[in-house]
Design a protein around this ligand. Structure first.
Ligand code: G3H
Ligand code: 13P
Ligand code: ZN
Length: 311
């Protein structure tokens, strides 16, 4: 099946009370692990590429690997730019075959965000590509953007209608308390999301697909496994999976997951080397790492997203 946009995926997800997983990809094993899981469960899929991933693996290599996954799985797969920060980056991904881009203007003032997002939407729609915008600011660390604790801001529901109408975006990422990376909530505190904001956004944009970034759950088993095998991670707390499932029943149609894949992969490789200190064939440790990615994505599809059987 050829690469698709997320248009139909989101319409079906909204109507069906589930969400599509948007998983970050950086190399072949990650792409294979994710797509094998989705194939087995017949789940629609978004593979997303950050600018850091593009710098690491090269646009063409990633596109060709994803095209191979489309052939191998026969699934509807949307290829999405994660956190595009300039018109030029979005244009380059659109010209290079992505079916969806995010323009993240959330670090700009409101009017500048509207202007930049509108510019990307015009180019994208002329080329049959869909666009995700962002209002509100998540905390945490991505490759190129670091938002310190206390410097994030929740989405203002009073702005969402104006933003969507003026920009023409196809989906909107909002900030309701999730954050990027493994350290989302202070140890000892109870994780909370602002479902009141999500409800207000849903009222103002009926039927419109909402996106949640920073939605890894930081499963303790993997942090423990890292620390038992030579790692030294402090206590890390993610977003509880039942909250994500609840958001998926509401207007959230796309849930972004990267850190949980990184943790599963790293924990598995650390354990492999601890158990097999003399091994040095990359296939020996990348094989179980790929299996760990697959198992994590199967878990997300069935427990968090609810999109099994929807492809
Ligand atoms: O939200 C960002 C993703 O986790 C991608 O991270 O920029 O380090 O590739 P990255
Ligand atoms: P996590 O760091 O919670 O996996 O979030 C990933 C993300 O939002 C990618 O855009
Ligand atoms: Zn993100």
């Amino acid at each position: 099946m050829p690469i698709v946009t997320s248009k139909k995926m989101f319409a079906d997800a909204y109507a069906g009370g589930y969400a599509i997983g948007a998983f970050n990809v950086n190399n072949m094993e990650i792409i294979q692990g994710i797509t094998e899981a989705a194939k087995g469960l017949k789940a629609p899929l978004i593979l997303q590429v950050s600018s850091g991933a593009r710098k690491y693996a090269n646009h063409t290599y990633l596109m060709k690997l994803i095209e191979a996954a489309c052939i191998e799985t026969d699934l509807p797969i949307c290829v999405h730019l994660d956190h595009g920060d300039t018109f030029e980056l979005c244009k380059s991904c659109i010209d290079g075959g992505f079916s969806s881009v995010m323009i993240d203007g959330s670090h700009h003032g409101y009017e500048e965000n509207v202007k930049l997002t509108r510019q990307v939407v015009e180019y994208a729609h002329d080329h049959g590509v869909v666009v995700e915008g962002e209002l509100g600011r998540l905390e945490g660390v991505e490759d190129d953007v670091k938002v310190a604790a206390g410097e994030g801001s929740y989405t203002d529901p009073d702005q969402v209608q104006d933003f969507v109408n003026r920009t023409g975006v196809d989906s909107l990422a909002i900030a309701i308390g999730t954050s990027h990376g493994a350290y989302k909530f202070k140890p000892g505190t109870k994780p909370q999301l602002r479902f009141d904001i999500l409800t207000e956004v849903e009222k103002r944009l009926p039927g419109f697909p909402i996106v949640l970034h920073g939605a890894s759950s930081v499963i303790p088993e993997f942090v423990k496994m890292i620390n038992e095998n030579g790692g030294n991670m402090p206590d890390a707390i993610g977003v509880p999976e039942d909250m994500l499932r609840e958001a998926a029943r509401m207007a959230v149609c796309k849930i972004n997951i990267d850190s949980d894949l990184r943790l599963a992969m790293t924990a598995t490789i650390r354990k492999y080397f601890n158990d097999n200190p003399s091994h040095f064939d990359p296939r020996q440790y990348l094989k179980p790492a790929r299996e760990a990615i697959k198992a994590m994505v199967e878990h997300k599809i069935t427990t968090v997203l609810g999109c099994e059987g929807k492809a």
